[in-house]
Design a protein around this ligand. Sequence first.
Ligand SMILES: Cc1ncc(COP(=O)(O)O)c(C=O)c1O
Length: 410
Amino acid sequence: MTINTTVREAGFLPASRIASIGVSEILKIGARASAMKRDGKPVIILGAGEPDFDTPDHIKQAAWEAIQRGETKYTALDGSPDLKKAIREKFQRENDLAYELDEITVGTGAKQILFNAMMATINPGDEVIIPTPYWTSYSDIVQICEGRPVLIACDASSGFRLTAEKLEAAITPKTRWVLLNSPSNPSGAAYSAADYRPLLDVLLRHPHVWLLVDDMYEHIVYDDFRFVTPAQLEPRLKARTLTVNGVSKAYAMTGWRIGYAGGPRPLIKAMAVVQSQATSCPSSVSQAASVAALNGPQDFLKERTASFKRRRDLVVNGLNAIDGLDCRVPEGAFYTFSGCAGMLGKVTPDGKRIETDTDFCAYLLDDAHVAVVPGSAFGLSPYFRISYATSETELKEALQRIASACTRLS
Ligand SMILES: Cc1ncc(COP(=O)(O)O)c(C=O)c1O
């Protein structure tokens, strides 16, 4: 059901630009799981898109001090000078990228940054290439901006990564953007320098195509994976690359709502025009907190990532021990995206046939009381996403329940 049908039923005529936007599968599952919890069922929800850690104390303290200093008024439209300076340092220190302050923008979460970028650049019918599985907002934002998402399936056989051949084949004269996300929500897959290289070579041949990279999970990478970002790898693309990042996931600051990007000046200016009529500046207090996050100690990131890695290994091993599931080891983020093709065609104890990943996830919720999200919500089936940003105890219990529910299928 789309938002359009829902609101039409209430006798309201919505704008055509939101006509094809569906109500998020993630929200639907979350609502059902919460309702079951309220009814006393012991539901474990593995759907969270945020770290289970708290915002570090020194960041909270910086926010409090900003309030005390009276920094409670509007700031500069697309970011205070202090925060832009901290972001400039961050890009230089961690990504070897030099941006001037007017090549940096700050918004109310990375989501607003993405929205500003699309709203500022897309004309009706412009195409945006999005590899699947994708973070659900990408395609919805493009559609709200009256663009056309061009979805390219990138399954486990290619490590959930876009290949040069697929990218080349998808580019048309109408292509405006390619959106890449590394490490990815939902697959956890990340692009190394070698993975990026052939894609960047394709883009060099198509000067009308711009690149938006979402580096939100930059700090959550495992083993010996080395994070890199395209503008750093290929300076010739920097003038048409928007490098998006934020404090939400690395610093456990999802509720503070600060995202940012570095990119070419004219684009940054156009994005500020959008933001000026949508929200004005991001929260002044959250900006002060983000300065402390970016300039302050970074050592806790390693500890937190080590904790995520233990949980990743627990979940990947637990899932791969179940007949019919196939879980690739993700390089980063806090999600697994596991294949469930082996479950299709099986029958539940009460006689329902599992035809899709959505059916499989519904069965896990009903039978095992574990809420996970089907791949269909991220544009690629048959898979399901687990967020392991929850305690090891809960993860162990959830894995046992999933395993036992799977053995009850015939
Ligand atoms: C890949 C990705 N990009 C961006 C965001 C949005 O981040 P923010 O909370 O800063 O809006 C998310 C949040 O789930 C995400 O998963």
